[in-house]
Design a protein around this ligand. Structure first.
Ligand code: FES
Length: 147
C-alpha cells in the first residue's frame, strides 16, 4: 500500500504532537527535581548583637561558646576579670576554637592553631586573627556585638 501525501502529513503531525507531549512531561518532572536540588538563595538576616551570657555565669579564666546568628562565637572571662568575645571559627579551616585556661590562650584543636586574648594568631597554621566582637554589659546581660 502506497502512502499518499496526506498520510505523510498526518503522520508527521501526530509525531510532533506526541513529541511535544513527551517534552512537556519531562519538563514537568525534571523542573521540580532541579528546584529541590538547587534551593534558592535566601539571605540570612544580619544579626549585629546577641546576648552571649549572664554576668556571674563564667568563673575568671574560663569561656563559653555562644551562637551569633548561625555562627559560633566564644566569650572569654579573663583571669583579670575582663570579658572578651571573638568569632569562634578558626581562620585556618573553620574548626571551632576553644579557650585553654592552662595557657590562657585560644586554641584550635584541629591543627594546633593558637591565638592570644586579643584574637591575634600567634602559632600554628591560622593565617589571620579571629574577628573581634565588642562586649557590653546591659544589666545582667553580656551583650556581644560586631565591631
Ligand atoms: S582549622 Fe584551626 S588550626 Fe587548622
Amino acid at each position: 500500500m502506497e502512502k499518499t501525501g496526506l498520510d505523510v502529513e498526518r503522520r508527521r503531525f501526530i509525531d510532533i504532537l506526541l513529541g511535544s507531549g513527551l517534552v512537556a512531561t519531562l519538563i514537568s518532572v525534571i523542573y521540580p527535581v532541579i528546584e529541590f536540588l538547587i534551593p534558592p538563595k535566601v539571605a540570612e538576616a544580619e544579626q549585629n548583637s546577641v546576648v552571649a551570657g549572664k554576668v556571674g555565669e563564667l568563673k575568671p579564666n574560663s569561656a563559653k561558646i555562644f551562637k551569633f546568628g548561625s555562627a559560633p562565637g566564644i566569650l572569654i572571662y579573663t583571669a583579670s576579670g575582663e570579658y572578651r568575645a571573638f568569632a569562634a571559627t578558626c581562620t585556618h579551616l573553620d574548626c571551632i576554637v576553644q579557650y585553654r585556661p592552662d595557657r590562657k590562650q585560644i586554641w584550635c584543636a584541629c591543627h594546633n592553631g593558637q591565638y592570644d586574648l586579643t584574637g591575634r594568631n600567634t602559632g600554628g597554621p591560622p593565617p589571620r586573627p579571629l574577628d573581634v566582637y565588642k562586649v557590653n554589659l546591659r544589666g545582667e546581660d553580656i551583650v556581644v556585638s560586631k565591631a
